[in-house]
Design a protein around this ligand. Structure first.
Ligand code: C2O
Ligand code: CU
Length: 432
């Protein structure tokens, strides 16, 4: 579906402010029907799902190494669960019904409790019928603060999302449309950013935590009004800050940028033929520029893979419309198998170094996400690149990744285009 130009441009006036939680980090997340403000303020609200009365749900913040204890209360008419995307946590807390826990039934509760070992930008979202529950709004930001956070004037969460809505703001139905699943997924016709602050001082130093919460759309993104440096991807610090440039963020991917404000901060979606402004953060007044250079965040606490992997595997994405060879029982498959098998795709001993070729043999990009671990993207020459938890693999391309599987349990590995996941592109590994 193409972006509806009228609707899309209607979003350019102001960014949507994220709800401010009453307490810094609530210890209850109550999933329930909510009215979301997707259209500009003053226009119709949208019947959706959310947490604690809003979508997105409240921002959860915890210090690195501290424990997060959250009671999930399901007050909706359907089963659900919460997944803490990107966190290296205990398997039983990973929130995957059928693999790590039972579905949390309507009216029931589930206590999540885990330590957050790595500072960074994460998010939480429903992991049941996620192509529909996340599209309806069941997600929120999860920020793990460094022990000594870099000095900034504003620490701002920026969620990029799109929705498929009618002119009157009603979410269009048919979330499980097979035609969408077989193509790029349920792309919205209306997109914008949702930020935790709507204005900053010109000259201020800001940290932007971008999170792509869309269920299908890759956002090629340009940020204007900021002399910025990328300091982390998927929560994981870069060894050296990288000058901010246009970047494609796949569903579930994050990017932290630190920079000095030179004007209104504009978030531009680079569409094929045009640039669309998805919203902006106003710049007011004038502040003296910070003198301090922007430095790298403290290094991630990651075990380096061995040069010779214990296992070298290939994960081939297959199926879908337009030329991809159809494999498996459903629309999409990994290595000829659609969906979850009784036995894991692979079993590793704790501490094994594993190299995986993510081979995209389809006509669509896919964002492949591994639970419970981070992995290195490996360049063609074999050197270790960025640490991530979700890798964007363009059509026809292969992305090598390598990681040390050191977190015991049963871990999902799936496409984060949630309609692709729903129609076969998922599997799991077991770490003994
Ligand atoms: Cu963010 Cu299994 O997902
Ligand atoms: Cu996919």
């Amino acid at each position: 579906m193409n972006l509806n130009r009228r609707l899309f441009l209607a979003s350019t006036t102001a960014a949507l402010a994220l709800p401010k939680a009453l307490v810094a980090s609530p210890n209850v997340l109550r999933a329930e029907p909510v009215q979301g403000q997707i259209l500009p303020g003053g226009e119709n609200t949208t019947a959706m799902l959310g947490f604690n009365g809003s979508t997105p749900g409240p921002a959860l913040r915890v210090r690195q190494g501290e424990e997060l204890a959250v009671r999930f209360e399901n007050r909706m008419g359907e089963g659900s669960s919460v997944h803490w995307h990107g966190i290296r946590l205990e398997n039983a807390m990973d929130g995957v019904p059928g693999l790590t826990q039972d579905l949390v039934q309507p009216g029931a509760d589930f206590d999540y409790r885990f330590r957050a070992p790595d500072a960074g930008t994460y998010w939480y979202h429903s992991h049941n019928r996620s192509w529909e529950q996340v599209a309806k709004g069941l997600f929120g930001p999860l920020i793990v603060e460094e022990a000594n956070p870099p000095e900034v004037d504003h620490d701002i969460t920026v969620m990029l999302d799109d929705w498929r809505i009618e002119q009157d703001g009603t979410l269009m139905g048919d979330f499980g449309a097979r035609h969408d699943f077989a193509h790029a997924g349920r792309l919205g016709n209306y997109a914008k950013i949702m930020t935790s602050e709507v204005s900053v001082m010109q000259g201020a130093r800001v940290r932007l935590r971008l999170i792509n919460t869309a269920t299908a759309r890759v956002f090629p993104t340009r940020i204007e009004g900021l002399n910025g440096w990328v300091v982390a991807l998927d929560g994981m610090p870069l060894a050296e800050p990288r000058a901010l440039a246009d970047v494609s963020l796949a569903p579930a991917q994050r990017m932290d940028v630190i920079g000095d404000v030179t004007g209104p901060i504009k978030f531009i979606f680079i569409a094929q033929s045009e640039l669309y402004e998805m919203g902006s953060i106003a710049a007011e007044g004038q502040k003296v520029l910070a003198a301090k250079a922007i430095e790298a965040l403290p290094a991630a606490n990651a075990t380096r893979p061995k040069d010779q992997p214990d296992h070298a595997l290939s994960l081939k994405m297959e199926g879908g419309a337009m030329g991809g060879r159809h494999a498996g029982d459903d629309i999409w498959a990994f290595n000829g198998v659609s969906g979850m098998s009784d036995a894991p795709w692979a079993t590793f001993n704790r501490g094994d170094t594993v190299a995986i070729d993510l081979v995209n043999d389809t006509s669509f990009p896919h964002g492949i996400h591994l639970h419970g671990h981070h992995f290195y993207e490996v360049s063609a020459d074999g050197s270790l690149g960025d640490l991530r938890d979700t890798s964007l693999v363009e059509r026809g391309e292969t992305q090598k990744i390598a990681t040390v599987f050191d977190n015991p349990g049963k871990w999902l590995l799936h496409c984060h285009m949630l309609g692709h996941q729903a129609s076969g592109m998922k599997t799991w590994v077991e770490v003994l």
